[in-house]
Design a protein around this ligand. Structure first.
Ligand SMILES: Nc1ncnc2c1ncn2[C@@H]1O[C@H](COP(=O)(O)OP(=O)(O)O)[C@@H](O)[C@H]1O
Ligand SMILES: [Mg+2]
Length: 245
């Protein structure tokens, strides 16, 4: 589904050059859940922006379902969720969901079912300021699903919510992922979150990021919270932490 070949990225500015990616190659199946972890500033955000064609690689290529990432983006195959939900505060929740449809002049099918999907039924007419951080992030997720993306690129989406909320959102995300069989790239600081959610965890090296290690997560689905207490889970987390340090 997503095939990255020898991706490199060097940012060039008046202040000089910053190499952010070096020779990153991977192949991801349709419907896989991939987490991306690595030291802070190593190039995680750069990697998923290159995959989603928000920025161009300096070398290498990304193919999605046989298309270049450019063509895939043009066809609306990507969606992003960032750490900051970026909602317009003067628009009601439902109007925030309609925004991408309006901008792209698409037929405005009622997006209420997406609110049901993210557990916000009944919040259509609230303003973002009336919602908690976790609820705002659910709105951002619903908005990201408006165009039925094939690849969902999530950059530390739950990095700013408290731990209990994060656990709930993790379960909801897994439920939605299974419901719509989208391919997910999920950047996180939390090794435990990465292991809990993913089919595979991509561990990046220090900047410029290369793919240092790939963990095949050995746990069955559906994932249960009790799994986090098991020795096997702790062992996977420890293995990744050792490689990260
Ligand atoms: N637009 C940019 N121009 C110049 N340097 C950048 C730009 N975006 C990111 N960088 C640099 O590239 C490196 C990797 O950044 P990023 O991908 O955001 O890392 P991460 O998400 O892993 O924290 C950092 O050193 C960062 O400062
Ligand atoms: Mg980042």
């Amino acid at each position: 589904m997503v095939e990255a070949k020898q991706l490199s990225k060097v940012y060039r500015s008046a202040n000089g050059e910053v190499a952010a990616l070096r020779d990153v190659s991977f192949s991801v199946e349709q419907g896989e859940f991939i987490s991306v972890i690595g030291p802070s500033g190593c190039g995680k955000s750069t990697l998923i922006k290159v995959v989603g064609d928000i920025i161009e690689p300096s070398a290498g290529s990304v193919m999605v379902d046989g298309l270049s990432s450019r063509d895939a983006r043009m066809k609306g195959m990507f969606s992003f969720v960032f750490q900051n939900p970026v909602l317009l505060p003067w628009r009601r929740v439902i109007e925030n969901l309609r925004l991408p449809l309006e901008i792209l002049h698409r037929e405005t099918r009622d997006p209420s079912h997406l609110l049901d999907m993210v557990g916000l039924a009944g919040c259509e007419n609230k303003y973002p300021g009336e919602l908690s951080g976790g609820m705002q992030q659910r709105v951002a997720l619903a908005r990201a699903l408006t165009f039925d993306p094939k690849v969902l690129l999530m950059d530390e989406p739950f990095g700013a919510v408290d731990e209990l909320t994060r656990d709930t959102l993790n379960h909801e995300l897994l439920r939605i992922w299974q419901e719509i069989s989208v391919t997910i790239f999920f950047v996180t600081h939390s090794i435990a979150e990465a292991v809990f959610l993913s089919d595979r965890v991509f561990l990046l090296s220090d900047r410029p990021a290369s793919l240092k290690y790939v963990l095949d997560v050995p746990f069955p689905r559906p994932r249960e919270d009790s799994m986090k207490e098991s020795d096997a889970f702790q062992e996977s987390v420890r293995c990744l932490r050792d490689k990260l340090e």
